[in-house]
Ligand binder design. Structure first.
Ligand code: FE
Ligand code: FE
Ligand code: ZN
Length: 276
């Protein structure tokens, strides 16, 4: 069965996201833990979360993905920004235990000119401060397109962060198809080769979730603009081949395409029809 869903708004609560997912034939979803550009998180209603947990169990939901705010940057050169990253990470992971055994995805960071090596050090340093043996959440490093000074557009960089993190059994990777394509991994003409490289450098056992997006920007452009499925330069055929590849076919797929709920429903239907 294809485990698929899309990005949803958490503003009406968890049970509402469960209902919205079901309404478009999805069995997973992603949400921002707080305003993606801001800081403050809404209080969690424990009754709502408990109701969602029961709903997800009954309806056989796959693991869901929380997405950290874009402003979380562990390798900023500004100590206040790094403190903010730590505060958000700790607070979000604490909340995540209310929906145990799911994923928390974050953009590794932007080194803002300090260099990728320094960035990698600082990201691992934060992870070493905040990961807890007891946590049930797996933290996912997202593969990035490499715009600006982003860390994480090469598998090597993600592998280094993982290797420098002590409790790295709490770490995994979320592969974004738009980002890896823009980063120069040819998932259109050489999908096997890309997965082989991922396996050699990071290890496929770390691959936990997929952001399924088409790309408005060309191959290796290092530009991050998502397109609807089939309306970008990756294309429908390549994305259908992707979801059917044995390496990923049982992972949760999250659409982050520019859509409202009805557009997501159409894409989910198309992908399910082409899933073997
Ligand atoms: Fe992301
Ligand atoms: Fe993404
Ligand atoms: Zn993106």
């Amino acid at each position: 069965m294809l485990n698929i869903g899309c990005h949803l708004s958490v503003s009406k609560g968890f049970l509402n996201m469960g209902h919205e997912a079901s309404s478009i034939d999805a069995n997973t979803f992603q949400f921002f833990t707080r305003n993606p550009q801001g800081g403050k998180a809404k209080d969690i209603d424990e009754n709502d979360v408990a109701a969602y947990n029961e709903y997800a169990l009954i309806h056989n939901f796959a693991k869901i993905v929380a997405h950290a705010p874009y402003t979380l940057n562990p390798c900023s050169d500004n100590p206040q920004t790094r403190d903010f990253a730590k505060m958000v990470f700790i607070d979000d992971l604490k909340r995540m235990e209310l929906v145990p055994h799911n994923y928390y995805n974050f953009h590794p960071g932007s080194h803002v000119g300090q260099g990728a090596n320094k960035g990698i050090e600082m990201i691992a340093e934060l992870l070493n401060r905040i990961l807890q043996k007891e946590q049930t959440t797996t933290v996912l490093l997202e593969t990035m397109s490499g715009k600006g000074s982003e860390v994480g557009c090469r598998f090597e960089e993600l592998a280094e962060i993982i290797n420098k993190t002590n409790l790295n059994d709490k770490l995994g990777v979320c592969l974004d198809t738009c980002h890896v394509f823009a980063a120069g991994y040819d998932i259109v003409n050489d999908l096997d080769g890309v997965f082989d490289e991922f396996d050699k450098i990071i290890g496929l056992e770390r691959l936990k979730a997929i952001h399924l997006n088409d790309s408005l920007m060309p191959f290796a452009s290092h530009k991050d603009r998502h397109a609807k499925i089939g309306e970008g330069l990756i294309g429908k055929e390549a994305l259908i081949r992707f979801i059917n590849h044995t390496v990923v076919k049982n992972l949760p797929f999250i659409l982050e395409t520019p859509n409202e709920l009805d557009g997501y429903a159409t894409e989910i239907k198309l992908l399910k029809e082409n899933y073997k």
